[in-house]
Design a binder for this molecule. Sequence first.
Ligand code: FAD
Ligand code: FES
Ligand code: FES
Length: 1258
Amino acid sequence: MTLLTYLRRKLGLTGTKLGCAEGGCGACTVMLSRYQTHTQQLLHYAVNACLAPLCSLHLVAVTTVEGIGSVARKLHPVQERIARSHGSQCGFCTPGIVMSMYALLRNNATPKMADVEEAFHGNLCRCTGYRPILEGYKTFTTLMFRIFNVNCVFVSVQESPSLFNAADFAPFDPTQEIIFPPELMSLTKGQGSASLRFHGDRATWLQPASLDEFLRLKWKHPDARVVVGNTEVGIEVKFKNMVYPVILAPAFIPELNAVTHTEDGVVFGAACTLSHMGAVLRQEVETRPPHQTQVFLAVLEQLRWFAGLQIRNVAAVGGNIMTASPISDLNPVFMAAGCRLTLMDRDGSRVVRMDEGFFCGYRKTSVRPQEVLLSIEIPYSKKTQFVSAFKQSPRREDDISTVTAAMSVTFAPGTAVVEDLRLSYGGMAAVTALAGKTAARLLGRRWGEELLQDACSSLAEEMTLDPSAPGGMVTYRRTLTLSLFYKFYLTVLHKLREQAVPSDCLSAAEVYHPETPSGVQIYQVNTVVLDDVVGRPMMHLSALKQATGEAVYCDDVPLYENELYLALVTSSKAHAHILSIDSSVAEAMPGVACCVFAEDIPGSNAVGPITYDETVLADGQVTCVGHIIVTENSPTKKVLKLASILNICSQSFYQPIRTIESGDLEAGFKQADHILEGEMHIGGQEHFYLETNVTLAVPKGEDGEMELFVSTQSASKTQLLVAKVLGVPANRVVVRVKRMGGGFGGKETRTTVLSTVVAVAANKPVRCMLDRDEDMLVTGGRHPFYGKYKVGFLNSGKVVALDVSYYSNAGNSMDLSLSIVERALFHMENSYSVANVRGRGFVCRTNLPSNTAFRGFGGPQGMMVTESWMTDVAQSLGRPAEEVRRLNLYVEGESTPYNQILDQLTLDRCWDQCLQRSGYQQRRAAADLYNRQNRWTKRGLAIVPTKFGISFTAAFLNQAGALVHIYTDGSVLLTHGGTEMGQGLHTKMVQVASRVLGIPCSKIHISETSTNTVPNTSPTAASASSDLNGAAVVNACQTLLQRLAPYKTLNPKGSWEDWVKAAYFDRVNLSANGFYKTPDLGYSFDTNSGRAFNYFTYGVACSEVEIDCLTGAHKNLSTTIVMDVGHSLNPAIDIGQVEGAFMQGLGLFTLEELHYSPRGVLLTRGPGSYKIPAFGDIPTQLTVSLLRDAPNDKAIFASKAVGEPPLFLAASVFYAIKDAISAARVESGVSGPFRLDSPASAERIRTACCDRFTKLVQ
Ligand SMILES: Cc1cc2nc3c(=O)[nH]c(=O)nc-3n(C[C@H](O)[C@H](O)[C@H](O)COP(=O)(O)OP(=O)(O)OC[C@H]3O[C@@H](n4cnc5c(N)ncnc54)[C@H](O)[C@@H]3O)c2cc1C
Ligand code: FES
Ligand code: FES
């Protein structure tokens, strides 16, 4: 059992969250404290509770988020500061982030900003964009102390007040922390290291007290698994279904933790954690002469990017070596340095060198079954030795290497002649590999250009990969072997003879060290009425509870008596007939209550949000890997064997194919001076809400009633579909949504995939929270798009004709795909006026899980293609892209291709302010100069606009309801149709009600969203929820105000409570519902007429990046966003939405990649393989400015919708990368338009930067 399961299920401590169960998200972070007898030191360290075996925690104190503070008792400053700095939106990541920070402060009460950044390497947040978290926690750092000392508050900009006031924070007093339990201390001192034995159903855990005992046990159980940090074995057990009947846990054996110094180097016991090893090596680097510490520096460089801190705090160096992973980051260094390992068994020890012979196959070593690894000696380097290590991975922080390498060269004294050379690569074979042939060829050669050329040709020959090699990216990986060697070559050359390296090549040898990001937020404050909270940067109303772990999410609801857990059995084939299902094995398993099949569905098995083209449980056929076939009810999760299945294929489009046409396309192309054609592929995206899908269904036992707690954006849709499958009227089903741990569109319709099966299985209370891998497999994501275009333009750059086709990958059911491709078409011209247009949208049926809504809903894909042809136009004319974009921008009064006239257009204002705030022209000049001076790193810039239509394009959805009760004590219970997923909707609705009723927010409460309070709600989607629900809330509040008016008139000096009481005693109804529908909507594709949108939200972003042409890595240097959100209801929340959406877009366009096997199996099913942006991906300078004086007369209190529109602005980063690649291509004599698909991954960037190295591997 893991610590996380124990905390959540046995102790009911649900503050610690489950986000992935694989150590990749940090949601489960807790602090462990241990008294180390041999050093007499107390250790505090953050760990992932999801990987920590409970058995490993003997004599260890565990501190969870509940233990450090609470809203009811007293908040801890780490809890208060993240909340008040607006660093908690959905809050699901927050307890983990709080605990990472807390553990840091327990070790270092005044950390540097770099320490804070390091502490968060293992934490992910999908909502905030990270900036506010860092800003809040900057207040604990030495930087902040300096600022406090000179008596000023952290405000980056003078134009508007800071979004929070650090001076209001409770001071942090490290002396007041809870102490290590004294009884545990005496127990530790008394027991020392006692032998322990835990015996369970599946495994026996043996913790030996001494090395002798360990060796004896290993002799007796040669097949026993040694476990230290469990970061490898934990994954094998959870995800590869490995069973290890005997586990040996030697983590506390002194010899395995010892660090000793020999004449040749430092010896680390195999159980030394990576954090400890790092600390010792840093100390060595500080105290020894530099020539001795080259290997240590290389190890430290690898450790910098090795997993997150929570993993490094427990993972052992021996675990890394013995796992023998071909992509281990440390083994290449150990091999290049020729480290020596001491192996031991009962009969004695032997020393082996880490060389070609040590790793003898995929995850195999030459260590014998009865042997254990005792220690590793890392040698001092010699005077004439140079060592470097490199890690190239899609994301810098906490990612698996694509290629990892370490290189060591020793020269004959006083010369540049190679005496010894070791080039070690990970990711290029089934084992960590030495490029032995190349090294041998270069012995005795002088370090110079000739050697470089021969080395590259030789490496290209030696480091080959089969085209079908696991991990793919074959050409890229081969190129990297050369690129990394070139970096090493330059680094060494520079150390040998500084002037030998041309100045334009120097940046290629620089080691990447992140800079602390800084942020600027500019907004207009509502200063009209002091008591009015609308327009003020009010904190998210649940933020404090989220930071303390008190906020209740669906899976935090306490277990019901007799509650069963539901497990899914899904198809492993993409398209097949079900020939038979044999459930006997499953039903015979202990704990399994029953299996549920399609024929057990009491109502209809045909479901779907719009078209009923899906099944709750597969019936006769499966149409994707992940299609749910059977469910299983048990008190614990169990795995069921799958039925036999036959493969068949099919392919087609869903109907209708949509077209929007305006102007005269033929005439447009005739008028054009130039015509160009192009295409682009935009990859899909996983929502990666930190809280996976979860449903708890509770049958009520009479009249077919059922209550469901669901993490869904669509309470009403869930209610209707559950009623349909149960065969009961909707009035028997109540769906309740307290809050979600993120939604982003992924919980709009696909939640019903789970909630319907849970409902069907629920004869008793039944719960299911999908594992991360199940969630990613089953619930689909953003539609991948393919866009093809032909564009006609004048010599001036003015675009006059556009013919574009979009093909979206819908998956195995229609879901919302038609509306999504429609929105892509509505955004096909983005912000540009094009007189003659034809856009067509095709929805492709494929055997993948149905794709669905995702922030932007097809709009970003539509606009991404627009910006591709816009870039092509500029490049083919040789004109600056920003000039061509500006020339084509819409002006007030122009009409869209779907005949909507644009009024209150603020695009030009956003554009001009963004140009000016970003210092675009100066940046451009500086980047051009930089590019002239640097061959292997290039900078690029792009400024990109967005115009995002606000309304559901299905007109009937543009309605909302609210229900407001005033109780006789004056307190107000507010309910509306929208759900809270972190976007701050409930906070904004309370602000709205507060303004209308004229009472403070503290008197107003929102408990939840439920179908029995506000019926027939539209999903919380399309960015329109504040507009729609806000107007409904106003409507209800105004009704109540009218009813109270006579009592106010009678008693003008009275209080709110007086008027409420008076009305009550006068028998006035103090409950009112409100309703709103957006007027004048109704677009028709048949006639290309009618208003599609209520209004548009505009924004412009300018980004600058720097790419490493040799590896494809890039740095986000700066982004400036100017966003028109009208009169913001809450600038803190809106800026949070802008930054969060921008970072999600950054993931979409530069990082996140879904990989499938050729047979349709999703391979990227967790944070280990699917990378969302992390803390380190924030642009170093991020400025967000809300456009001033831009009231919007079409939405609540002159505000504008904000949830989705800013996402597309991350395209500025993509096109800045493309700009930088263009500069690199010029160096190789290539110019003009070129195709770059999204995301602009390191692989794509490297491949597009064609040069002498790419040629060698082609
Ligand atoms: C989220 C995450 C991120 C990661 N990131 C990286 C990364 O960036 N780079 C990287 O290289 N790896 C990474 N890893 C892999 C892993 O963390 C390392 O391999 C780690 O060093 C393993 O150490 P451990 O103590 O947890 O091993 P365990 O899981 O406890 O054991 C691993 C293996 O080593 C054997 N073993 C351990 N000690 C001994 C011994 N003394 N004698 C004999 N056999 C022994 C065990 O039997 C087992 O087979 C990551 C893992 C996770 C979960
Ligand atoms: S749940 Fe433990 S790291 Fe994600
Ligand atoms: S607030 Fe971080 S994941 Fe939602």
